[in-house]
Design a protein around this ligand. Structure first.
Ligand code: 2NL
Length: 358
């Protein structure tokens, strides 16, 4: 009993002297931990006779509770002191000027991309994407390019180094290989929109080695050119946000479509200002046609059963037309002043009901 009283006095004195929370915890472990002094004493209960054990047990429990209580009280006091010290030390100066604005803007290419996707999604098109590095089959052969076609030349297409098996991969020159992959992998009806980066070995005022394209593809048993015209007219009116836009289809040629057409929309050019939808001038915006039977065959579809239309347009071009951007090359210069001028607020997500542009 004498020992017990000494132990209690010693431990509680140590608790009250503990200068901080770390020291307090050391005292706690030294008394109540697995190898602590109080714990050790409690273990000695096992060797006592029942009557002694009862009395000693009660006394020890009282000591243990008193120690635990003292530790809790000291902990609360130390924590309060620490908080008060921090409150005294730290100050918020509400008169400081605010931090400078660091919000970025959405690049016009991203904005236009989202707008075009929103329009075609509304018409039931699914977005399909594929690899930028392609092989000759998906980029050329399946698309009915003859073996000697100039597009297959080094000076038009970026080729990767030849591989051990003699094949050369390339950077896709259009997004059409994605449509080839879709036709070969999925059964009609197919209705896809294919946005993506494309590459050509070309660089001047109006060409950059990398640019963006959107192609569309619809394949079903009875899809015809009337559907193509309706779909494109719907797109042009939604994209340029005008009620009605005159359109004309000029005969053209692409290896992968037959017949092929280039599409012009009505516009006026007065005082250097371009207005879409009004006037007696024409502006070319995209190319299109009915998918060539050879392309259907190369993609495993029977041209006697299936037919469809396809179209393609340059994203930079339609962005320049809508947003009045005069020089193609500025898209890729990453000039912050240009981005602040032509960029879009990050929360202006294009939707058909909420408005596409700002
Ligand atoms: C243009 C013209 C076009 C296509 C792209 C296409 C794809 C397949 C089959 C048939 Cl898999 N056609 N794409 C068709 C006509 C025109 O693009 O001026 N693009 C910027």
């Amino acid at each position: 009993m004498e020992d017990l009283e000494t132990l209690r006095a010693e431990v509680i004195a140590a608790v009250e002297k503990a200068p901080d929370l770390t020291a307090l915890d050391e005292v706690r472990v030294g008394a109540l931990g697995k190898k602590g002094r109080v714990t050790a004493l409690m273990k000695s209960l096992g060797g006592m006779d029942p009557e002694t054990r009862k009395q000693a047990g009660q006394a020890m429990n009282r000591v243990k509770d008193a120690v635990a209580q003292a530790i809790e009280a000291r902990r609360a006091a130390l924590e309060a002191a620490e908080l008060n010290a921090r409150l005294a030390r730290e100050r918020v100066d509400v008169t400081l000027p605010v931090r400078p604005e660091t919000a970025g803007t959405i690049h016009p290419i991203s904005q236009t991309w989202d707008e075009v996707v929103a329009i075609f999604a509304q018409m039931g098109f699914a977005v399909a994407e594929g690899p930028d590095i392609e092989d000759d089959f998906h980029n050329f052969t399946a698309l009915n390019f003859p073996p000697e076609h100039p597009a297959r030349e080094m000076h038009d297409t970026f080729f990767l180094p030849e591989r051990p098996d003699g094949t050369r991969h390339l950077l896709r020159t259009h997004t059409s290989p994605v449509q080839v992959r879709t036709m070969r992998g999925e059964a009609p009806p197919i209705r896809i929109l294919v946005p993506g980066r494309t590459y050509r070995s070309d660089s001047d005022m109006t060409h950059t080695p990398m640019f963006h394209q959107f192609e569309g593809l619809v394949i079903d048993r009875t899809t015809h050119m009337g559907h193509l015209k309706g779909c494109l007219s719907e797109f042009v009116e939604a994209y340029f946000e005008v009620d009605s836009v005159p359109m004309r289809f000029r005969p053209s040629f692409f290896p992968f479509t037959e017949p092929s057409a280039e599409v012009d929309i009505g516009c006026s050019r007065q005082g250097g200002e371009l207005r879409i939808g009004a006037g007696d001038d024409w502006l070319e915006i995209l190319g299109c046609g009915m998918v060539h039977p050879n392309v259907l065959k190369a993609c495993g579809l029977d041209p006697e059963v299936y037919q469809g239309f396809a179209f393609g347009m340059g994203l930079e071009r339609i962005a320049m037309l809508k947003y009045g951007i005069p020089d193609l090359r500025t898209f890729f210069e990453s000039d912050l002043r240009w981005l602040r001028h032509y960029g879009f607020a990050a929360l202006d997500v294009p939707t058909l009901h909420g408005g596409l542009g700002r």
